[in-house]
Design a protein. Structure first.
Length: 195
């Protein structure tokens, strides 16, 4: 009985001296024998929001390049190629050959965006077939100085996909060889969109 009394007294003294000590934690293992998941109960850091993607929106369009060499050029109709209506179109003069009858090296068409955007490709709707077109990251002032992003021939729907996304606000379609439209050497450009 003396042993029980001494043990009880020791326990009571211990509780009085350290009444607020938390119980010792006991490590447990998972059923597979591994250690507990270090993320259990831990707050996860919030992930930053993805940056807003700016879609390319065409603000203006204009014909560029060497001065008109025929009376049929209609630079004021450039807006018809970006008006959202594929039944309207911008067109070039009719030339005696696909190489502009030897009168110039090419003709261009610039689209300027409302704000810089990431562009992956350009879609061109036209009433023409064949010829050769380049898409350049360039401006109206220097339409042939920018890098060629894609190139190809005209068709009813021409998809020109860039090798990699390009951020810009001005793109030039540079025509180095005219397609044919109803058997004549000219381009009818119905609609341009950027993706």
């Amino acid at each position: 009985m003396l042993v029980a009394l001494i043990a009880g007294a020791a326990w009571a003294v211990n509780r009085v001296i350290s009444p607020f000590e938390p119980p010792a934690s006991v490590a447990t293992s998972t059923e597979t024998g591994g250690s507990p998941d270090p993320t259990d109960g831990a707050a996860t850091a919030p992930t930053p929001a993805d940056p807003e993607v700016v879609r390319p929106v065409i603000a203006t369009a204009e014909q560029v390049g060497p001065a008109a060499s025929c009376r049929g050029e209609q630079p004021e109709t450039a807006v018809l190629a970006v008006d959202g209506d594929p039944s309207t179109f911008w067109f070039t003069c009719t030339y005696s050959s696909p190489t502009f009858g030897g009168l110039k090296d090419g003709i261009g068409f610039t689209v300027t965006l409302r704000e810089p955007a990431t562009v992956n490709s350009m879609t061109i709707l036209s009433n023409s077939a064949g010829g050769h077109v380049e898409v350049r990251k360039a401006t109206s002032a220097n339409p042939t100085e920018g890098p060629v992003l894609a190139e190809g021939a005209f068709a009813a729907t021409t998809e020109l996909t860039f090798a990699q996304p390009v951020v810009g606000d001005s793109f030039v379609i540079w025509i180095t060889e005219l397609p044919t439209t109803e058997g004549s050497n000219r381009l009818e450009l119905s609609e341009i969109t950027l993706q």
